[in-house]
Write a protein that binds this ligand. Sequence first.
Ligand code: ACO
Length: 370
Amino acid sequence: MTATKGLEGIVATTSSISSIVDGVLTYRGYDIDELAEHATFEETAYLLWFGSLPTVPELEALKRDLSAFAKIPEQVIEQMKLYPKDANTMAALRSAVSSLALYDEAADDMSREANEIKAVKLQAQLPTIVAALSRIRKGLEPVAPKEGVSIAENFLYMLWGKEPDSVSVKALDTALVLHADHELNASTFAGRVTVATLSDIYSGVTSAIGALKGPLHGGANEAVMKMLEEIGSLEAVEPFIRKKLDNREKIMGFGHRVYKNGDPRAKHLMKMSLELGTMKNDTTLYDMSVNIEQMITGQKGLRPNVDFYSASVYTQLGIDRELFTPIFAISRTSGWTAHILEQYTDNRIIRPRAEYTGMVEQKYVPVDER
Ligand code: ACO
């Protein structure tokens, strides 16, 4: 038995949800470029869960369900108020999502119908939790979700406590489409491993949130913004990046296990970053990002991934960087839950082997003789 570090190149399951072939990402056979341009996040989530784009009545029904489920139990809000104000937002989100199961009587109902309802429920509730966490940290009261609006609009409304502008809603909606699913990425795999024991969907999503938190995965978007803040100006990019490269440090937002010639999602976020900067008459963050990209791609041959330009996009939308990875989680909940439903459909416990490299033939020595 020989181990493959990081399971690189290992095909661990079959899936009909999303695919990456020759650098092209598709959801259920639809190219991400086309979905980013035309589809809403609700249509995308429906596509991931149910395998086809919704008809008008199907989409309306889903929107009604998302609205109906968006409220979270009062006990979860009260519990979030007790979290330390400086707690890591992904840790807080992981805790809050885990606790949702305690107030759902159907949490352990393993029927397909119950799990589909819980998938939609989780999708509806994540934005409410993230917005509430942000407001509670700032000493503000959470804002109740609004009926009849999109997830992107509702999230910004609950976050800011006022109607968001249409440009911000559209930009966030597109970002949600781009982050919705990504084949067998680390967090999705974590979620699938968890539910493959026939554990519940809340456990699966909680595992996935824990995996997404790390800076080598979803946590990279927050790390990119930290870096941009640390650099501070366009002139400071060159010496900062040069030093990092000389020290052989990793630059967050670059590289990918699967894409070696560029992440197809990055160009959409790059374009959005420029558009938002141009609208605000300040393209500094975009310009800094482009300079960083030129250096990293030029010298290391590494291309930006989905996290790189999402940092400047979210910042220009006026969103705090602690919320970047939680927003990723809001979007990826659609993909996670689609994969969890797929795992339940044709389940076998996921239990690989390890190549043992430890000591052998040890003889037990009583404790007082060691
Ligand atoms: N900056 C500098 N060097 C890098 C970077 C980077 N961002 N990424 C990879 N490299 C280098 C590595 O140092 C390594 O070089 P070496 O062979 O000389 O040691 C080589 O490229 C291969 O990199 P690995 O880390 O082995 O590649 P792996 O496939 O294991 O990891 C990962 C992929 C985690 C995305 C990696 O590129 C990375 O750490 N990137 C930065 C974090 C990041 O942006 N994560 C988000 C990924 S997208 C997502 O999950 C949503």
